[in-house]
Design a protein. Structure first.
Length: 91
């Protein structure tokens, strides 16, 4: 998700403005007004930030489910998870 978020940010901050700048230089003789050039800026057609955030949250939730939960019974001084009185066959 970090890579996708970085790509979205790169397009917004670097590639789209650079493409517009090059286009303006290449077609400066056409006579398009400076205020109209903003319409040529490449943008995403929808709210991609929400999609990226939702997928990142799903991934985080999935990662947490893989880890499981820590054991509830405390470990004794010897490092055993079962008490000395517990029957291992019934556990």
């Amino acid at each position: 998700m970090v890579g996708l978020k970085s790509d979205v940010q790169d397009l917004r901050q670097n590639r789209a403005p650079e493409t517009l700048r090059v286009m303006k230089e290449r077609h400066q003789r056409i006579g398009i007004e400076a205020t109209d050039w903003g319409r040529f800026l490449l943008e995403y057609s929808g709210d991609v930030d929400d999609i990226v955030s939702a997928k990142a949250a799903d991934a985080e939730k999935s990662i947490k489910s893989w880890k499981g939960t820590p054991p509830t019974s405390p470990v004794d001084a010897s490092g055993a998870f079962l008490s000395a009185e517990a029957d291992p066959t019934s556990q």
